[in-house]
Every structure is written in C-alpha cells, then in structure tokens.
Design a protein around this ligand. Sequence first.
Ligand SMILES: [Zn+2]
Length: 128
Amino acid sequence: MSHLSGTQLTQAREQLAALEQQLQAEIREELHNSAGGTTLNLADSVHDVGEESVADLLRDLNNALINQHLAALNQVKTAYQRLNTGHYGECTDCGEEIQWERLLKQPAALRCVPCQSLREKTYDASSL
Ligand SMILES: [Zn+2]
C-alpha cells in the first residue's frame, strides 16, 4: 500500500490531471507547428542549403520535443495507474517510498532520487 495519506493522494491526483492537460496542450501545439505552422513556413521560404538545414534542425527539435512530451504523458498515465492500484509513491526500481517533496515537484515521478540518478547515469536524462 501507498505510504501517502488520503489528502496527499488527492493532491497528487489533481497535480497529475493538471500536468496531463498541460502536456496534451503542448503536444497539440507542437503537432500543429510541425504539420504546417512556423516550421513548414520557414522551410517554404528557404533559398539555400544553409537555411534548409536550419529548417530541418528546427523540425527535428520539434519532433524531439513532441517525443519527450509524449513520454512524459505516458509517465503521467503510469502514475495514474499506480494511484488506482495503491502503489503511487513507491519507487518502481527498488520499491522504497518516494519522498513527498519530490512527488510535489514531479507528480509523475516513478523512482526515488537514488534510483533516478543511477538511471540517468546509466542511460540518459531523457526519461524525466
Ligand atoms: Zn528506488
């Protein structure tokens, strides 16, 4: 069972909902941009190879951002599932309790601080 109180769990649920909405809005905006917004307009007005690579770079950056936000959204969904199964706030790697202060800042955090920094050292910092 979760080590968090009912009040804390309610607060976590509200924060996850806010985060989910924010991510969805950002992803919508980014999809819009890559599908015909600023990035493509820029590409239309390219005249030489140099400017073309800038447009490519911007498009790649936008895609990277979308992927990052999609990954974050998936993490929010996983956090929801854990809330519903009573495992919210438990580290997915070691099973220890994640500090409430950390969850307040990152409601979708799935790992405790030691496991998270270990993971960032092992892989990269792309998974929140
Ligand atoms: Zn851990």
